[in-house]
Ligand binder design. Structure first.
Ligand code: ZN
Length: 238
């Protein structure tokens, strides 16, 4: 079983005797029409007379590897969170998709015990880990959620039971965002997306010094969090 979308496409490309780019372009086109990632990959496999069941992704393993990376070291996790937070607000090619970011927040909220610094990582190490997390999170949402041309439209049928709660949270937050609403990464309050600052509601933003990135991260991981992480009950929308 493959771990990331890239691994799976590479395997499919090899088996079908096509280049990685040809396969990736095909899958992108199919997904643009509303097919899911795995559904697209399997349709291509079928076209080439390959067994569809060979192309699977282990979502639970993705979560495990992500947790392992995020538990490694506090400073590193802090840096990764900061980069992703900027990327989700960016435009164009640099943009990190919001559903993938929501999945990241969900994984992050399971990590409350990242050790306060032990060693100092090189910037290359951190960059590598960040790239890996991006790849893992984009793959994760592509298999946990049901997609259409409008984006995430629900929880995937084959989403593992243990990750359904996470998939539901990603779906709910993505749906809110499509309606112009953002879930504050600190307190969980739902606010107008135009009124957010650094992914937080105005209240949380003003209560945290802009320069204090550590405090920001602590809010993100729920160290002082008041409302975030509630997945079954929602606050009202004002
Ligand atoms: Zn807030």
């Amino acid at each position: 079983m493959s771990l990331t979308a890239r691994d799976l496409l590479q395997k499919l490309a090899n088996d079908a005797g096509l280049s990685y780019h040809t396969i990736a372009r095909k899958v992108n086109r199919m997904m643009g029409k509303g097919m899911g990632f795995l559904e697209s990959a399997r349709a291509i496999a079928k076209e080439h007379g390959l067994s569809e069941s060979k192309y699977r992704i282990d979502a639970e393993k993705i979560v495990k590897e992500s947790e392992k990376i995020l538990r490694e070291d506090y400073t590193q996790t802090l840096m990764i969170s900061a980069v992703l937070g900027q990327m989700v607000e960016a435009r164009g090619k640099e943009r990190f998709p919001a559903p993938a970011f929501f999945a990241f927040i969900e994984v992050l909220s399971r990590i409350t015990d990242a050790p306060r610094d032990t060693k100092s990582e090189t910037s290359t190490e951190i960059e590598d880990r960040t790239t890996r997390i991006i790849e893992l999170m984009t793959t994760l949402v592509s298999v946990l959620c049901e997609w259409s041309e409008k984006g995430v439209v629900g929880v995937a049928d084959d989403c593992p039971e243990s990750l359904r709660e996470m998939a539901r949270a990603v779906f709910r937050k993505t749906k809110l965002l499509q309606g112009g609403l953002w879930t504050c990464i600190s307190c969980g309050e739902i606010v107008n997306v135009k009124e957010t600052k650094a992914l937080m509601c105005a209240n949380c933003d003003s209560s945290i010094s802009r320069s204090n990135i550590h405090e920001r991260y602590d809010h993100l991981t729920g160290r002082n969090r008041t409302g975030y992480g509630r997945t079954s009950s929602e606050k009202s929308e004002d």
